[in-house]
Design a protein around this ligand. Structure first.
Ligand SMILES: [Fe+2]
Length: 187
């Protein structure tokens, strides 16, 4: 893999979307690219700040493990996709982008614990992964998660993530978001 820098990181991300975007998204009816682009579209429609639109767009990039440099994977404890993605992106993007991504699985576990109607809206594939991810948080985990500086952003991202699963929904292409991603790269 070419050495990644602030100069070429957006090209790399675009390349991943181009080469890998058509792969299916974990038992859902959308592709990986559709899923992430729809999440970004939901963020934008909600009037989210730029960093959170980019977080939504890139939140599942950690599923593409072999597109992530070894140095980033070496930082991880378990390299589940949310951690792998965040450890990769933190070299290039601010924590307002990275932390909601790091916590987007925890946010699902949190919402299942504190919002009684949340679970009912999850897709079958998401319920399946919830069980593998530890199920709903217990009370201690809920209290700990609420200390998170990005709590509100994590929860918003989670809703957009759950929302981005409609194979019929039209959404902008990656190129539409490219200037926004560029604007957030740490220089
Ligand atoms: Fe997702």
């Amino acid at each position: 893999m070419t050495k990644l820098s602030s100069q070429n990181i957006v090209n790399h991300i675009e390349d991943v979307f181009t080469r890998r975007g058509a792969e299916s998204y974990l038992g859902e009816d959308v592709t990986m690219a559709q899923h992430m682009l729809q999440a970004a579209q939901s963020a934008e429609k909600s009037g989210a700040e730029d960093s959170l639109i980019v977080a939504a767009l890139l939140h599942d990039i950690g599923h593409f493990k072999n597109e992530i440099p070894e140095t980033a994977l070496a930082k991880g404890k378990n390299n589940y996709h949310e951690e792998a993605g965040a450890n990769f992106l933190e070299d290039f993007f601010p924590s307002s982008v990275v932390e909601p991504i790091r916590q987007h699985v925890s946010a699902k576990r949190y919402l299942c614990a504190v919002k009684s109607d949340y679970f009912e809206h999850l897709s079958a594939a998401s319920v399946h992964s919830l069980n593998l991810q530890g199920g709903p948080m217990n009370e201690d985990e809920v209290r700990e998660f609420e200390k998170n500086d990005y709590l509100e952003q994590c929860l918003k991202l989670r809703y957009w993530d759950d929302d981005g699963k409609d194979p019929e929904r039209k959404h902008p292409p990656f190129s539409y978001y490219r200037p926004l991603i560029e604007s957030l790269v740490k220089r």
